[in-house]
Write a protein that binds this ligand. Structure first.
Ligand code: LRH
Ligand code: MN
Ligand code: MN
Length: 429
């Protein structure tokens, strides 16, 4: 038996109020899908098996370089964060894993493992951090880390990644995600080729220490913190890295790390076609790396990404990319945002499962652009909420996670134990 943080009687009471309507909505949707030759129960089974990892850093209130406005009951440490993640998992039944960032979440690995397994949680990819200086470290990353011009700095960054692998081994993680902020701020500041060569050599040293059943994910990002050039700036560079390193190296696509209007779903298809799509950081954006809630700005794009994933899934039974949320909650209760985002990602998956693939292919073959795009729109416009809600209910979660969470009064309760945190002016002044 795993421990639950939200009193099960609160979940049951809220579910009881909604369950009759849910069954009626599910049955009526089932009838309509039946007419389209789709089994609603088969879709529900796939949704029920879908997991998305929650980032430990997502449960604390985020901020910008201008300011941070903490909320009530901010988690004090990784153990509070694990409890917040357990709440999200209990109510959504979609987030069974937590992704740690080192050194932010550094703690006794055995304690970490115990804390998570108490709530039935496991650990997703480990994330290294060589984009900021940790307390007491000898070399600074101000001018780069794995690609630094300085050998001792590169070595320190390599060793940090090796330490992340070691911690990960103890807690049962199977992957390391590497994102670096290295780049330059002025034309001429660095030699592009030399910098990239340093990066590749450093990554080869990290790769050499990767256990056989692990993967290493490299994450590209167009800009920020470097504002003129970035070492791992796009999917092309990322693909080169994964190819250079070997079979265990895959590319990670963070949806917010592209220029506006970039066709991310096509990047997804390209990487997958050549066996190098490792996983995702889901979030949404309007201008850049805004880290807004997944599905909050452009849910159709999220659907189009899943449309590609379902297409690939249909051709390759071994295709299992890692799914993780990576967003910053500046004005909302992070638990609420993460619960809604997890179900928005599930929603995109469920809608993509509804696409009539035969009809789509026939339209594509016949150059019937309108029929092809209609096949997608019909799926996207279907309200799949009853499928998501019943999958949650049957797995022991809440029909309406947000309503249940608010009814349970969790935030007010933890605010009594966790001391108020002062806001900050951010990094700009
Ligand atoms: C970089 C990033 C990367 C980091 C996280 C904190 O913008 O997306 O994944 O690890 O944010
Ligand atoms: Mn990310
Ligand atoms: Mn990011």
């Amino acid at each position: 038996m795993t421990d639950t943080i939200i009193d099960p009687s609160v979940v049951e009471a809220d579910n009881a109020r909604r369950v009759d309507d849910l069954h009626a909505d599910y049955d009526s949707l089932g009838e309509r899908l039946d007419r389209r030759g789709i089994s609603i129960d088969a879709i529900k089974a796939k949704v029920a098996g879908f997991n998305i990892a929650v980032p430990s850093w997502g449960v604390g209130t985020g901020g910008t370089r201008f300011a941070r406005f903490p909320g009530l009951g901010e988690p004090r440490d990784i153990f509070d964060k694990i409890e917040d993640c357990a709440v999200i998992s209990q109510l959504t039944q979609a987030t069974k894993t937590v992704s740690l960032h080192i050194p932010w979440d550094k703690a006794d690995p055995n304690r970490l493992k115990q804390a998570a397994s108490r709530f039935g949680l496991g650990f997703d990819a480990m994330n290294s951090n060589t984009f900021s200086d940790a307390k007491g470290q000898l070399q600074s990353y101000k001018f780069g880390s794995l690609s630094s011009a300085d050998a001792a700095t590169r070595q320190q960054a390599i060793e940090h990644n090796l330490e992340c692998i070691e911690i990960g081994k103890t807690i049962g993680s199977k992957a390391l995600t590497v994102w670096i902020g290295d780049g330059s701020n002025f034309p001429g500041q660095v030699n592009f080729a030399r910098q990239f060569e340093h990066y590749l050599n450093s990554m080869k040293a990290v790769y050499a220490a990767l256990p056989d059943d692990w993967r290493i994910y490299t994450e590209h990002k167009m800009y920020e913190p470097a504002f003129y050039s970035t070492v791992v700036q796009d999917w092309g560079t990322n693909y080169i890295i994964a190819k250079e390193l070997g079979d265990k190296a895959m590319c990670l696509v963070d949806l917010g790390h592209h220029a506006p209007n970039v066709n991310i779903e096509m990047i997804v298809s390209r990487l997958a076609q050549f066996g190098k799509l490792g996983g995702f950081h889901f979030n949404d954006s309007k201008y850049g790396d805004d880290d807004l809630d997944a599905g909050a700005i452009d849910p159709y794009r999220l659907f189009l990404v899943f449309n590609e994933l379902v297409d690939i899934e249909g051709r390759d039974a071994d295709f299992h990319p890692a799914h993780m949320l990576d967003q910053s909650h500046n004005v909302t209760d992070p638990i609420e945002s993460l619960m809604l985002s997890a179900s928005d990602v599930q929603r995109a998956y469920a809608q993509a499962l509804l696409v009539d693939r035969k009809e789509l292919e026939a339209a594509q073959q016949g150059n019937d652009a309108l029929a092809a795009t209609q096949a997608l729109r019909l799926a996207y416009r279907t309200d799949v909420e009853p499928i998501l809600a019943l999958a949650r209910l049957e797995n022991g979660g809440a029909i309406d996670p947000l309503a249940t969470y608010r009814a349970a009064g969790y935030r007010a309760r933890v605010a009594e134990i966790r001391p108020a945190v002062e806001g900050g002016s951010g990094g700009i002044v």
